[in-house]
Design a binder for this molecule. Structure first.
Ligand SMILES: Nc1ncnc2c1ncn2[C@@H]1O[C@H](COP(=O)(O)OP(=O)(O)OP(=O)(O)O)[C@@H](O)[C@H]1O
Ligand SMILES: [Mg+2]
Length: 256
């Protein structure tokens, strides 16, 4: 799709290990499966693991791209040399190789990259680390939606409550809360109502318990964690979930 602006969704959290990266892969899979052209950007600059999870070779990463942009070394084919083909419909802009390079990434380039690439994709999914770094903030302001992933956990709810308050304070009105019930299928202490009371916002979306993957690490080691429709084969529930997730990018159907 040329000259049509795609949706930018940034996935964030205040606590680590809540399922941001898995959610990014899950959403990328769902949108790609139904024909959307998806770019995944790994903006977790200190522990980015999407290239590993996708089991792809990285020739150039985000650091190389920013470095080339700052030195006017971009080639004629523009961004192509920096984007890795994961699938026909999923491309990846990988995180830095060495976390020390993270400090060399100038947020102006992140801004430029997002403003340019949104015309080449239907959806851009940005994975972040659990921080309010300047680079993450630049991703936030360029996003159509900010997706805060959190789990049914006291400390996690505390972080989410803080983030909701920060967004309110800053006038951010495109925050969506995504409760991840799949990461630990035994955690269900708080009801949806309790959660709403604590975090002071409705839960907009849920990743259901049935999406818990028992052999997660085996699938990562085999490079198969991206193949969610094979993991949940013939699962009507998975199709319903996929439909539900289109609410995030489809203005007419979204519940936000
Ligand atoms: N659906 C799932 N089923 C089973 N295990 C899961 C699922 N999602 C996540 N996990 C487990 O939780 C771990 C953390 O998930 P993930 O890396 O997606 O979280 P994260 O928020 O991106 O973490 P970080 O803050 O470190 O970047 C995974 O390594 C995996 O072991
Ligand atoms: Mg992660």
């Amino acid at each position: 799709m040329e000259n049509k602006k795609g949706k930018i969704l940034t996935v964030t959290s205040m606590k680590g290990g809540v399922g941001k990266t898995t959610t990014v892969m899950l959403l990328a899979h769902v949108y790609a499966k139904y024909g959307r052209k998806v770019l995944v950007i790994d903006l977790d600059l200190y522990n980015g693991n999407l290239a590993f999870a996708y089991n792809v070779k990285v020739k150039n990463n985000l650091y190389n791209l920013c470095d080339d942009l700052s030195n006017n070394r971009m080639r004629d084919d523009g961004f192509n040399d920096y984007l890795i083909e994961v699938d026909e419909n999923i491309h990846l802009l990988a995180s830095v190789k060495d976390p020390r390079q993270a400090n060399k990434i100038d947020h102006h380039y992140i801004d430029n990259i997002l403003k340019s690439l949104k015309y080449n994709y239907d959806v851009i999914l940005i994975d972040t680390d659990k921080s309010l770094s300047v680079n993450n903030m630049v991703a936030f302001v360029n996003s159509d939606l900010l997706i805060n992933v959190f789990t049914n956990d006291s400390f996690d709810l505390q972080g989410t409550r803080n983030f909701v308050a920060i967004c309110k304070n800053m006038g951010v009105d495109n925050l969506v809360l995504l409760l991840n019930n799949a990461i630990d299928d035994r955690k269900k202490f708080y009801s949806l109502n309790d959660i709403k009371e604590v975090v002071k916002k409705n839960v907009d979306y849920t990743i259901p318990q049935f999406l818990h993957i028992k052999n997660y690490d085996r699938l990562v080691m085999d490079g198969k964690i991206k193949m969610f429709d094979e993991i949940f084969q013939n699962d009507k529930e998975f199709e319903d979930f996929a439909y539900h997730m289109f609410g995030l990018i489809d203005d007419e159907r979204g519940n936000n």
